[in-house]
Design a protein around this ligand. Structure first.
Ligand code: PFF
Length: 457
């Protein structure tokens, strides 16, 4: 039905592409403020434990399903068991809803990068700059978020157009090492700033008074988001993975990548923000506004701040780009599994779709701000619908499918293919059958309770 399926040429190519997908805005923008909000060290500890258990089990499952079926998520579940075919369209909906708004945020990132490069760092640091930027109406100028959104989508689409090897694999092999170096450099620099130690203590030393059910809920949700789970990406990338590559060790390396960059992001951001505020950590928990609102002010106050600002937003840009590429590629593979079309036609159609749907999120703070689905801006609404509702449901049903319907052998055989050892098999079985479904239900119920104001976190 479809063109011959592409393959990553090497194991390292697969690992870097999947790590590129996992390392994204979630690590750099979401992780630091959640860690700060939920008690620093204690959040980190819970996060790491969850990564090597819950995250591990779900990621192994998705990659194995993809490689075993050689299908995108739309048909992979059906191939595993016909009764689960409805899971296909449900999961295919997720990247279709996420990609557009993710590219809107990607547009904000390149706008900030551009302004830092041309030396407008003082302007970026002014109060309400971010708010004015995202609420502006379409003007076609460099202050128009639509312009940056379009540029960002076109950048993503051009890499995807080049294909799995020449585009995604080559790009990941080039960008991921740079990303690691940039992270280490910026984190190192942050720690040398006067007053940084206060922030470091706040970040690393567990504060048990902040420990609550919300800490665990926050860590579970973030992990899920950060590892690009339940959005069809790992199934798609798994379907491009060669049979002789070790699945288990690849997952281990992706986890190390993702978690290290998240931890480094905290080191980059928390100490300077705390130092900037004279030892007061409250602004870190400011939430999403941290990266675009607070950080430019912090950079402005540092020696060499403009240079660090350029490097920081370059890093965020690379991280976001490798993630949006994976989201768009997932949509391409879904389309190509459904109808026989050339890659270029698929990329053009998906790009048009992303531009159309993303426009709602992009204008949702300005001209469209009077439309508020479920009481939220469009961007928040799409984020809530996918991350809080659809993704936990899809992941929960995936656990039931593998753990209780087709049996864990379905995944284990794939992991053990070509004589590979499945070292964490016992842990895997317990996680996928019992622990992960419970965690996923807790995430789902917690998010719904939060929405209805029944849980204050
Ligand atoms: N895992 C990536 C990140 O942390 O940014 C990609 C991603 C996560 C995309 C969650 C979209 C999303 F909703």
């Amino acid at each position: 039905m479809s063109e011959k399926r592409s393959h990553f040429t090497s194991r390292i190519g697969f690992v870097l592409a999947a790590a590129g997908s996992a390392v994204g805005l979630g690590n750099l923008w979401r992780f630091p403020y959640l860690a700060a909000k939920y008690g620093g060290g204690i959040f980190l500890l819970i996060y790491i434990i969850l990564a090597v258990t819950f995250g591990f089990a779900l990621m192994v499952t998705e990659i194995a399903i993809g490689r075993r079926t050689r299908k995108s998520c739309l048909f992979a579940y059906k191939e595993a068991d016909k009764r689960f075919s409805a899971l296909g369209p449900l999961s295919a909906l997720i990247p279709a809803l996420i990609t557009p708004y993710y590219c809107v945020i990607g547009g904000w990132v390149i706008k900030y990068l551009y302004e830092f490069i041309i030396g407008h760092d003082t302007v970026l640091a002014s109060d309400a700059y971010f708010n004015n930027f995202i609420t502006v109406s379409a003007s076609g100028s460099s202050n128009d978020p639509m312009v940056w959104f379009f540029i960002y989508v076109l950048l993503t689409a051009s890499v995807v157009l080049l294909g799995v090897n020449k585009g995604i694999e080559t790009m990941s092999k080039f960008l991921m090492p740079i990303l690691v170096l940039l992270s280490i450099f910026i984190a190192g620099y942050s720690l040398t700033l006067p007053g940084a130690m206060e922030g470091l203590k706040f970040y690393l030393i567990p504060d048990f008074s902040h420990f609550s059910l919300s800490t665990v809920l926050g860590a579970m949700g973030q992990l899920f988001y950060s590892m690009s789970l339940a959005m069809g990406i790992m199934i798609t990338y798994g379907s491009y993975m060669k049979d002789d590559n070790s699945l288990e060790s690849s997952v281990g390396q992706i986890e190390i990548f993702d978690t290290s960059i998240a931890l480094l992001a905290g080191l980059m951001i928390i100490p300077p923000v705390v130092a900037f505020n004279g030892g007061d950590p409250s602004q870190i928990s400011a939430g999403p506004g941290l990266m675009f609102g607070v950080l430019p002010k912090v950079f402005q106050s540092m020696i060499g701040g403009r240079f660090i600002g350029i490097l920081f937003f370059l890093l965020v840009f690379f991280a976001a780009l490798t993630s949006s590429i994976s989201l768009m590629e997932t949509m391409i593979s879904i389309l190509q599994d459904t109808i026989k079309i050339r890659r270029v036609t698929a990329v053009v159609s998906i790009t048009a779709f992303v531009l159309l749907l993303g426009t709602l999120s992009c204008l949702g703070y300005g001209p469209l701000s009077h439309i508020t689905p479920m009481g939220m801006s469009f961007l928040d609404f799409f984020d809530f619908l996918t991350n809080s509702i659809l993704m936990p449901i899809v992941a929960f049903l995936t656990c039931i499918l593998i753990g209780h319907v087709v049996g864990t052998r379905f995944v284990e055989e794939e992991v053990e293919k070509n004589g590979h050892r499945f070292g964490r098999k016992k842990l895997y079985r317990i996680m996928i059958r019992w622990v992960s479904p419970v965690i996923l239900l807790v995430i789902l119920l917690g998010e719904v309770a939060k929405y209805f104001g029944l849980l204050a976190i």
